[in-house]
Design a protein around this ligand. Structure first.
Ligand SMILES: Nc1ncnc2c1ncn2[C@@H]1O[C@H](COP(=O)(O)OP(=O)(O)OP(=O)(O)O)[C@@H](O)[C@H]1O
Ligand SMILES: [Mg+2]
Length: 241
């Protein structure tokens, strides 16, 4: 379980997160949604151990978070690929840093490239890739280290509608095949409802509402009216002051 208790984060005098409380069950998914500047990225960074809160605590599987954790994967908005490395070497990066043996690296990189359908891109450089392809490489690189907690910050915001749906489907499939807890930050309501078993609606620096999403994971859910009912529900909470 991931538990966030009475979390307060400041940037100088700005109170960026004010008394945040929520929990996420192990191996489920959670979407964090809210307007620009409300503190979504700040919350994700705090959960990644990249920023230290003024007060409160984050517990991951019972352990209090203190700094970066090796089993947490994070995918940032700009993908963070190394332009001078090929797709293969970008995906292998985390494993090289963790000093895995060469054979193990080869096996894992091959498997994850296949899972994401990007084997044919392995010798290309990031500059030669489309947005959706870069996104998949960034996901592959993070999955290669087999995180138990995956944090994603607006991962699909720059993709066109169809590529976006395709990669959202892919994320759901990956989540089904690889047990991990997924936390996804977005400002898109449909994305939150498609990918979040639990949905946290944020207002400025605080949580407005937490919803459980019974439509999560249903087959062809985008074709079902209950999906759009759930979207409307989230929208209502976003509008409330
Ligand atoms: N490094 C920083 N130093 C000072 N203030 C910051 C810093 N990072 C963010 N802030 C401020 O904290 C608040 C929350 O920012 P954050 O980036 O978490 O918002 P967000 O919800 O992710 O927004 P967006 O949807 O635009 O990405 C904003 O008012 C922002 O200006
Ligand atoms: Mg942000």
């Amino acid at each position: 379980m991931i538990e966030v208790k009475n979390l307060n984060v400041f940037y100088g005098r700005e109170h960026a997160l004010s008394n945040i409380n929520f929990s996420i069950d192990t191996n489920t998914t959670c979407a964090v949604i809210g307007p620009s500047g409300c503190g979504k990225t700040t919350l994700l960074y705090a959960m990644a151990g990249l920023i230290t809160p003024r007060s409160g605590e984050i517990r991951i599987h019972g352990q209090r978070l203190r700094g970066i954790r090796k089993d947490t994967g994070i995918i940032l908005q700009d993908y963070g690929l190394m332009p001078w490395k090929t797709v293969w070497h970008n995906v292998a990066l985390g494993l090289v840093i963790r000093k895995l043996p060469r054979d193990a690296i080869h096996g894992r990189v091959t498997a994850v490239l296949k899972e994401l359908g990007i084997q044919q891109l392995k010798d290309k450089y990031p500059v030669q890739l489309s947005g959706g392809q870069k996104q998949r490489v960034a996901i592959a690189r993070t999955l290669a280290v087999r995180p138990d907690l995956l944090l994603m910050d607006e991962p699909f915001s720059t993709l066109d509608a169809l590529t976006k749906e395709h990669i959202q489907n892919l994320i759901l499939t990956i989540h089904r095949h690889n047990p991990m807890t997924l936390v996804l930050v977005t400002h898109n309501i449909q994305e939150a409802v498609f990918l979040g078993r639990r949905i946290i609606v944020m207002g400025k620096a605080s949580i407005k509402h937490i919803l459980d999403n019974p439509t999560f994971g249903r087959e062809n859910v985008r074709d079902k009216p209950e999906f759009y009912d759930m979207c409307l529900k989230v929208r209502k909470y976003m509008g409330r002051v």
